[in-house]
Ligand binder design. Sequence first.
Ligand SMILES: [Zn+2]
Length: 484
Amino acid sequence: MIPVIISGTVVTALRRANRVVVVTGAGISAESGIPTFRGAEGLWRNFKAEDLATPAAFARNPRLVWEWYDWRRNLCGKAQPNPAHHVVAAMERFYHHFLLVTQNVDGLHSRAGSRRMVEVHGSLWRARCLKCGDTVELPMTSFEDGKAVVGRVSSRVARCLEEENPARSPGLQPLPTHAACGGTLRPAVLWFGESYEPAMLQQVFTALEEAQVVLIIGTSGGVALPVDLAAQARQAGATIVEINRERTAVSRLAHERLEGRAGEILPELWRRVQVGHLTDEIRARGRHKGGRLMIGIAGPPGAGKSTLAQALKAVLGREAVVVPMDGFHFPNARLDALGLRARKGAPETFDRLAFELAVAELRATQKPVSLPLYSRELHEPVADALTVPLATSFVIVEGNYLFLWPEVRNALDLKIYLDCDPALARASVIARHQQGGASEEEAVRKFETNDRLNSETVHATRGAAEIMIRRNAAGWTVERVGGT
Ligand SMILES: [Zn+2]
């Protein structure tokens, strides 16, 4: 993968903003394997989109048009949201004022979790009644197992799946009708020659008026709307950032251009915004406290605690040290010397003992502190000493269970819980064991026996956190700052 080059200006703009608008086009879905439906790659039975996506085409042959949309729903239903879709959904959860404006009709944003969203071109997953004007949802099919779905319209999709024969002659199936009034249903998408809904456009323009940052991702040069939106937002004072593999008509209006795949750029950009946000919070607390700040990162194995700690250190610089707490223990003599008796058994005791030792040393001495660390498995020093100089303002400790015990909780000035989607955590731990030389089978067994936390412990640790971070396909997202 080519390293992603991201300007610091974009990161700063997103860190400072609380009103963000994201505009997406076909490019973001192309990375999920969805064709643009324009030009040669969008051909279906030698029809171009322009021949089918019009009111006249529907009037002439509604069955043919429905069949084309069934085919497209089938394609889109099989595709998966990519990391860029997940970052956009994470941004929505993060910013108080957020709007996603998408030109895409494939439903991938909604499947990634986006809700505050305007689909300006409609959706393949809705139909509109020509008689009463109501909109009905077309349920998403589970395309992986190809099961039939319930409902008048979606049964067409199921039939399409069963036969999987694009050459099948059209015109034999009944047209989908609105159950409530019997009117004919048409796809609720914007067709060639139709205008945008005024109320919807108004909502978009209001959001753009107030936006501080507008990201324009994967829009093609062929549609006028993104250019109009960018111009409007720029005039209103927003920072315009374009993410695209190539220059487009939007480019000349963008303050910053990030060139490349959205699925690679967005997660890296978001990671940097989140780390920046966290370090802002850490620095603010450090100023408030005026001394050494003890920061704890807890979370399940595989959540990426040490990666997060190292990313924070990279921003905080020489003022910070990272002290890993789990997977290590200390010789009994040393624990005895500090009045801390080793309690062998559950792995969580290592966290506690290691932490108590570190705190005792840090608090007791006016000199630079050395923390010898021992590998639990090798029983020999992995590092002679980790020196914590007096100039250290931020001590970042990380371990699975750090917040379980009152004395540890009280010693921490900031408690961060890093949560992780279980499948992702599992995969990370297994990969780590394999890197350590374990076979796949051994790695899985190690995970099952050593690296699974009981849910009560997880609940208690989570409950004590002040900052909640979630790691998923989008990377890290700060979900809550403050008390429980
Ligand atoms: Zn109706």
